[in-house]
Design a protein around this ligand. Structure first.
Ligand code: IPD
Ligand code: CA
Length: 272
């Protein structure tokens, strides 16, 4: 298996094409199965995992590996290859699983390509996202971004909003999957419920970020979220002229995150 792929030989156009093909393939699978009876693999207090999460990931994996054999994949359902190597895919095969399980057509499929960047602490590798793709199979909306280029929605450049006042802003807040993340975000939810125009909690981090990138949301915040939830959308927000900030939470592999247009960022609760 090829795990030490030289970063300088990356073909980002081919990677983008292949990511788009993969999210479309997974999207077709999800559309076909929206009304079927779902097999639940795991149910916890605030989360569900479906057989379709796994099937969607397998579909994506086969498309990515046909074009780029052996390139490692860090996926929500499983990882393949050396995910601490110089280059890796980050895959969320069904973002918004609970929505999907309940027949709510607000979900997405997301893929990012990341390269390792130098860091002072060699035991915790650092990665930069080079491209990101978020696909909503029910609205047929595809957000794409390649670092250094404009973010696009169905091929058309998009921009974060330019609202400057929280009192005019639509802010999305995610609750995560554990009581710990719920407790961490609730004070901020209450504060924003009083200060923003409206709060939305929609259940798909990828779409939350994509909506910030095209100005539907003015900001989006989470206290405990995984890399595959935010890698693609974070780059899309930045390429759309927005601000994306995230930091690792102590003690586990989760992140806290704030995305917004540039003008609002400082008015939002800070998680540092
Ligand atoms: C979840 C969704 C949700 C967010 C959670 C994520 P999943 O992803 O994006 O909006 O609040 O933190 O884990 O499990 O549906 O892929
Ligand atoms: Ca997810």
């Amino acid at each position: 298996m090829q795990t030490k792929e030289p970063v300088r030989e990356l073909n980002l156009n081919k990677a983008l094409e292949c990511s788009v093909e993969a999210v479309h393939a997974a999207g077709r699978l999800l559309r076909r199965n929206m009304r079927s009876t779902k097999t639940v693999h795991l149910a916890t207090a605030h989360d569900l995992k479906l057989e379709l999460d796994v099937r969607s990931q397998e579909k994506i994996e086969s498309v990515l590996h046909r074009a780029f054999p052996g390139r490692p994949i860090l996926g929500e359902e499983k990882s393949v290859g050396d995910i601490t190597g110089p280059i890796r895919w980050v895959v969320d095969p069904l973002d918004g699983t609970v929505n999907f399980a309940h027949g709510i057509p607000h979900v997405c499929v997301q893929i990012a390509l990341q390269k390792r960047v130098p860091t002072r602490n060699a035991s915790t590798p650092n990665y930069q996202t080079l491209l990101g793709v978020v696909y909503d199979p029910f609205q047929d909306e595809l957000w794409t971004a390649v670092r250094g280029e404009p973010a696009r929605l169905n091929g058309v450049p998009v921009h974060a909003s330019n609202r400057r006042c929280l009192s005019e802003a639509v802010v999305s807040v995610g609750f995560g999957k554990s009581d710990k993340t719920l407790d961490a975000i609730l004070p901020c939810f209450i504060q924003l419920a009083h200060t923003a125009l409206k709060i939305r909690t929609m259940g798909s981090a990828g779409l939350g970020l994509a909506y910030v990138a095209c100005g539907r949301f003015d900001a989006y915040l989470e206290r405990g979220i995984s890399l595959w939830d935010i890698a693609a959308g974070g780059l899309i927000v930045e390429c759309a002229g927005g601000k994306f900030w995230c930091a690792k939470n102590p003690g586990d592999s989760s992140f806290r995150m704030i995305a917004s247009n540039k003008g609002l960022f400082r008015q939002l609760p800070q998680f540092t």
